[in-house]
Design a protein around this ligand. Structure first.
Ligand code: GLY
Length: 424
């Protein structure tokens, strides 16, 4: 099969690694990809939001399947354009993509279709938003409505911080994504990431993980796109998985189909495990980053048949995926200054050595000089991932590999997996 994979982050490197390993893959083209992905197939310098150029590329290579990695590509409408061109696509149409691209849409959707979530208020201006805070208890959760690369969420301990977050979001920091803000009740509980595939009618659970969103150890510092993950996460009891599947994933798939946009792809359900069961924190319409990295390390089944079945409406014919009976961990190495103003250009040495069969380093924001020198070129730069018989073994392997990477311009958390293992 000829496969076009869209995106350039750690998630896409992990997907490419698994797709390239499939005996079904005869050609893998990645647009635009990153330096770490280069050895897995062909890179083409097409932006992940350039829908006409991506459709042209899919036609040029006679793609049997296009796999959408990032949410910006969903929002740009690539699946819609590929549907018009009759090219199979893993990834939802833009209307369904509103489940991620608009938090206000999603909150109203949960009301329409009976999905459990937090209380909320959608506000169009700062006066309205500040007045709405009176209906909530601290800490205040302030979210920009649209896509903000993981930076649009502030959890404010006091009113002054909440007011500043409202002014920031509505003052244009996130462009059109901050035209509205959503204020939410702070949910008490433990957070988790559950993934479900859907082919427009049938669906299945496709793995679980736990992410660490704050920048620094001890869950301190600003919110990020994710500083590390591990899987399996003990929070996911069989009961929680089943409740999440029935109350959140299946209701979402049924609801969005009833609204005229059957869902084809993966739905990332970010949930809070509360005393009343799972409550939706937010949906994402793609694999998590860096959750995808640990899922791909643990996935024993071939990924490609699942991606293709979502596109072609044949998921019911596939068995449940098989997962290695091992734990996996991913530690994100980020550039100094991330998430607000990451410093680019610093040299990274030793990241591409052979760390042994249990360790894989996925690239995210990297660039390569003509002489081969690897440099930081983004906020989250590398994902050091490891497998082990236990999570402790996986964690020890990942941190041992990090010790061998020479990158003075970056930082990482040292406590990934603490909820399962205790603080280091
Ligand atoms: N790790 C969270 C996300 O992918 O949005």
């Amino acid at each position: 099969m000829k496969i076009l994979l869209v995106g350039s982050g750690g998630r896409e490197h992990a997907l490419a690694w698994k797709i390239a390993a499939s005996p079904l893959t005869s050609r893998l083209v990645m647009a635009p990809g990153n330096p770490g992905m280069a050895g897995l197939g062909e890179l083409r310098a097409v932006k992940a939001t350039d829908v006409p150029a991506l459709v042209d590329l899919a036609r040029e290579i006679a793609a049997d399947l296009v796999v959408i990695g990032p949410e910006v590509t969903v929002e740009a409408g690539l699946a819609d354009a590929l549907n018009q061109a009759a090219i199979p696509c893993f990834g939802p149409v833009a209307q369904a993509g509103q489940l991620e691209s608009s938090k206000a849409f999603t909150k109203a959707f949960t009301d329409r279709h009976g999905l459990p979530t937090s209380a909320y208020a959608v506000c169009e201006n700062a006066d309205q938003a500040k007045a709405a805070l009176a209906g909530f208890q601290p800490p205040y959760v302030i979210k920009a409505d649209g896509l903000a690369a993981g930076k649009g969420v502030v959890i404010a301990e006091d009113l002054a911080t909440a007011h500043a977050a409202i002014d920031d979001a509505l003052g244009g920091r996130f462009g059109a994504a901050g035209a509205r803000v959503v204020i939410e009740e702070f949910l008490q509980g433990e957070i988790g990431s559950l993934f479900a595939l859907c082919d427009g009618k049938d669906s299945m659970v496709f793995g679980q993980a736990q992410d660490h969103k704050r920048a620094y150890d001890g869950e301190l510092g600003p919110n990020t796109g994710g500083m590390g993950t591990y899987s399996p996460a003990p929070v996911f009891t069989a009961e929680l998985i089943e409740q999440t599947r029935v109350r959140l994933a299946e209701r979402a798939f049924a609801g969005i189909a009833a609204e005229g946009a059957p869902y084809k792809g993966v739905l990332f359900v970010e949930l809070m495990a509360t005393a009343d069961g799972p409550k939706l924190v937010e949906f994402n319409v793609r694999f998590g980053d860096p959750e995808c990295q640990v899922l791909m390390l643990r996935l024993e089944s071939d990924l490609v048949p699942y991606l293709l079945a979502c596109a072609n409406g044949t998921l019911a014919a596939l068995p449940e995926p098989k997962w290695r009976d091992e734990a996996a961990i991913c530690v994100v190495l980020a550039a100094d200054g991330y998430p607000d103003s990451p410093l680019g250009g610093s040299i990274i040495r030793g990241a591409e050595r052979d760390f042994g069969e249990h360790v894989v380093v996925f690239h995210a924001g990297t660039s390569r000089d003509p002489d081969g020198t690897l440099r930081a070129a983004g906020g989250r730069v590398l994902n050091v991932c490891a497998r082990g018989a236990t999570l402790r073994e996986a964690r020890d392997r990942a941190y041992a590999a990090i010790d061998r990477i020479d990158w003075p311009g970056g930082f990482h958390r040292t406590d990934i997996g603490w909820r399962a293992l205790g603080a280091p």
